[in-house]
Ligand binder design. Structure first.
Ligand code: CA
Length: 745
């Protein structure tokens, strides 16, 4: 049956390709450069990424390790030594890793410690794809590894017979390693973490060799070694798997995912999984480099959040909860800062990968049941990082788009709790300053740190609560929260035309400086935070004095000098250094607060400026190399911006069911959507010169709006754009052309 189907498909493909010029079928993973963004250091981020070998949303990733144990910069392109091949769960160097262990082939003298066992290598001898990483070290040892969700297969060769070792590093003394000579294995548990775990946390692992160990042992640093006696060039195959639940579950994961399977088989299967996911968005046209950046970004968007659940004996999902330390049935996802990813990552999932959103929203409710709060930054449990109640955005956006896998009453309860309480120990979980916010209509500064940024995000979250409550018929809740969603107005300083800060007595903070970072803001200044009114740009524009005034303020952001006052940070944080380096005035694309701002031109009837600036950012601030991002990549967010923007639209306000228009990068893009539908975006003349939309049609009908609706995309269809080298200043200017704002209701 399967074979027949493949034959038919191949035949169809052959016929299609005969009609026009033949299409060279390459694996989309060949466009992906996992080394994009890896040349980062503490002071300056080109992405702060590492080359993750993984399946999409995999429970564990594998990466070469160039930094010492404990360093968040696990792999830096600037480093010269490889110290191990590491199972990692790290979402960001600032959050660091947990449950990690590494495997290192050592040749010659046995060296166990990560400080001593590193071997130099050269980038010309490494090959990285999503499904595999291969390297020939300078000592002639070769290593190649591939991964499943919970397992890996690695092949190692040594140049000569003497001194062939594998070292396994369980990272810290609270872990353990045991040599099982009989079964030719090393088993252990790693308890390494940086917080966000209960007392009983552990990652249990099994590492099995296909050739006999001739000697083996452990040291006090929780490292184990095994010695082998292979012919020069003979392949040692290593298979490993792990579990957060138990050693027995680790064995189950091993048996399901890697037992008896060759490296080549796993590479092929993992590549197929990537091609299936990457292939839901097909782009044509553009340059090789643009396609490389696009698919490298799509790869990064599809890594996080990771699945934390594991299949039990019957294949049903169960998970160790990082919230209460118990094993539960159901789905759990983690390693995500929603402050970053609510913006574009989760909206991309709701559109193209809804099966992931279906489970992610369930896991939010599970976390609420187990800990009393939904996560805002999880890795693996609650972590104190960033601000806001963006878990609510995830729930509302998914619900509004018809992803309804949660109990609505329970979801509303979780949302309300998130806005009316604060975690007893972690200020960023729940709502910090909620009593002030409820009483004053804003969070005061200096009484509460980052108070203006919090106020703006809470107002958006309140709009999300209102929208959700409205859609399930809870009118009282929705009316109250729609009203609170206007609280952003309370911190708009009309004299300056920017958001600023007030203390608890209602007094404006002195010495206004739009370039002052920190203080009432988070990783930005008023230039960036003033735009954080996702749900009501029209209301913001009325505060500013109308559409023209808001457009002028947006214009000035790009031409203002890129000066800064580092304020309460007391030093040049990397986000400041990146804003200065990217050289677009006060536009700081390297961090999240401002990433939707260009699209606000659509809301004030000047869409051609969104078309201009989005193309500038695509061209100037991304490349497929190790210096490929202009700041932290952040769990897919800075990548998802590229993916959406290259398609020609962006979800400015998750929950609104609209996508604001930019300017497509490619002449054709095809989205494969649920239910077998496809949505095609055509912009035949699209180029750097022809970046402006002259006119558009949707399914043959004239289309004048500056936004597409979720429904229009999901129905499938063809969106055709006539591009031009000069802006069409008539198109997209009528009130009905402008995207959603609450104030227009
Ligand atoms: Ca960031």
């Amino acid at each position: 049956m399967k074979r027949t189907l493949i034959a038919i498909v191949s035949l169809c493909f052959l016929l299609v390709s005969c009609g026009k010029k033949p299409v060279l079928r390459v694996s989309l993973t060949e466009h992906v450069n996992p080394l994009m963004g890896t040349a980062s250091v503490f002071e300056f981020s080109y992405g702060n990424t590492y080359p993750a070998v993984a399946v999409p949303w995999g429970m564990s990733f594998w990466s070469p390790q160039t930094g010492e144990n404990g360093s968040g910069w696990m792999y830096s392109y600037k480093d010269t030594l490889i110290r191990g091949f590491r199972q990692t769960h790290q979402p960001s160097p600032w959050i660091n890793d947990y449950g990690t262990f590494s495997i290192m082939p050592v040749y010659g003298e046995l060296k166990m410690s990560d400080k001593e066992r590193g071997v130099s290598f050269s980038h010309v001898n490494e090959m990285a794809t999503p499904e595999a990483y291969r390297v020939k070290l300078d000592n002639e040892v070769t290593a190649a590894l591939t991964a499943t969700s919970r397992g890996m297969v690695m092949e190692v060769t040594y140049p000569a017979a003497e001194g062939q070792y594998i070292v396994i590093d369980a990272y810290r003394k609270d872990g353990s390693v045991t040599v099982d000579r009989e079964n030719n294995r090393i088993c252990g548990v790693t308890r390494y973490n940086n917080g966000g775990v209960p007392e009983n946390f552990g990652n249990y692992f099994v590492v099995e060799f296909d050739k006999p160990m001739v000697e083996a042992g452990t040291d006090e640093q929780v490292c184990a070694y095994a010695q082998f006696d292979l012919k020069p060039g003979e392949t040692l195959t290593i298979r490993a798997a792990s579990s957060f639940i138990s050693p027995e579950q680790a064995q189950r994961n091993f048996d399901r995912e890697v037992k008896g399977r060759t490296y080549a088989e796993v590479v092929t299967e993992t590549r197929q999984r990537w091609n299936e996911m990457l292939g839901r968005i097909q782009v044509e046209g553009g340059t090789d480099e643009q396609r490389k950046v696009f698919y490298s970004c799509l790869y990064r968007t599809l890594l996080f959040p990771r699945e934390f659940h594991e299949p039990d004996a019957e294949g049903n999902p169960v998970y160790y909860s990082p919230y209460d330390g118990q094993v539960h049935e159901g789905y759990m996802y983690t390693d995500n800062g929603f402050w970053d990813t609510f913006r574009a990552v989760h909206p991309l999932f709701t559109l193209v990968y809804p099966e992931v959103s279906e489970r992610v929203v369930q896991s939010l409710i599970q976390a609420y049941e187990e800990s009393g709060f939904m996560p805002e930054w999880a890795s693996p449990g609650h972590r104190g990082c960033m601000i806001g109640n963006n878990s609510i955005s995830l729930l509302t956006d998914a619900w509004m788009k018809g992803i309804r896998t949660v109990d609505p009453d329970k979801a509303l309860q979780a949302m309300l709790n998130q806005t009316e309480a604060r975690h007893p120990h972690i200020a960023s979980v729940g709502r910090d300053g909620y009593a002030y916010y409820d009483q004053l209509g804003y969070v005061p500064y200096p009484e509460v740190p980052e108070a203006t940024a919090k106020t703006l995000e809470y107002a958006y979250a309140d709009w999300c609560v209102a929208r959700f409550a409205e859609s399930i018929g809870k009118r009282e809740v929705s009316e109250a929260y729609y009203q609170r969603a206007q609280n952003y107005r309370n911190l708009y300083e009309p004299e300056q035309g920017f958001v600023w800060a007030k203390d608890a007595h209602g007094k404006w903070r002195e010495h206004f400086d739009a370039t002052e970072w920190g203080g009432p803001f988070t990783e930005g200044c008023s230039w960036h935070w003033t735009w954080s009114v996702f749900h009501d740009p029209e209301g913001l524009s009325s505060l500013m004095g109308g559409h023209e005034a808001m457009a002028a303020r947006l214009d000035s952001m790009f031409v203002a000098p890129n000066t800064f006052n580092y304020g309460t940070y007391g030093f040049v944080i990397h986000e400041i250094a990146e804003m200065v380096a990217l050289n677009m005035g006060q536009y700081a694309h390297g961090n999240q607060p401002v990433q939707h701002a260009i699209y606000l031109y659509d809301y004030v009837g000047q869409p051609w400026k969104a078309q201009y600036h989005t193309r500038e950012v695509l061209n100037r601030l991304y490349n497929s190399g190790p210096e490929g991002y202009c700041g932290d990549e952040d769990n897919g967010q800075t990548s998802a911006w590229y993916v959406f923007t290259a398609l020609g639209f962006y979800p400015v306000c998750p929950g609104s069911l609209q996508y604001a228009l930019g300017s497509p990068l490619f002449s054709k893009a095809t989205l494969s959507l649920p239910g077998g539908k496809t949505f095609v975006i055509r912009a035949d003349q699209a180029s750097d010169a022809c970046r402006y939309i002259r006119q558009a049609t949707l399914n043959g009908q004239e289309f004048t709006r500056n936004y597409l609706t979720h429904e229009e995309l999901m129905q499938g269809g063809e969106f055709c754009l006539q591009m031009d080298s000069v802006p069409n200043k008539e198109r997209g200017t009528r009130p009905s052309d402008l995207p959603y704002s609450y104030s227009k209701r």
